[in-house]
Design a protein. Sequence first.
Length: 142
Amino acid sequence: MQDLEFSEIVGLICKEDSRFDRKAYNFVRQALDHTVKETKRKNPERTGKSQHVTGAELLEGIRAYALEQYGPLTKTVLTTWGIRRCSDFGDIVFNLIEYNVFSKTETDRREDFADIYDFDEAFVKPFQPAASRRTRGHSGAA
């Protein structure tokens, strides 16, 4: 296949697999870049070595990056793009692998993205008020 721009490749993928919005692919690409950078920052011994991250590492990076970018709207944004569970990220990653945008090792599998975290726990719970603030009639006075 000749060299195509990322947006052209995503267009081809979306014609074959229309489950996810084009924006989901752009987001996953940005989240991967963010994850690699953060992994190297936290683990300097990985600097200069392979930029490969595992499915679990990528999912954690996606979670952190999504919360940073979209805050309390994260789950809504992801749902709008067709992403409802961790395995959806795996499907996006493997669609990009099939088009040689991302690469994988011999041990990488779609199953690496299954059930790593619950979307409500990951994207909703961090923004829920503390239990003490949910009490009815609480005046806020000390």
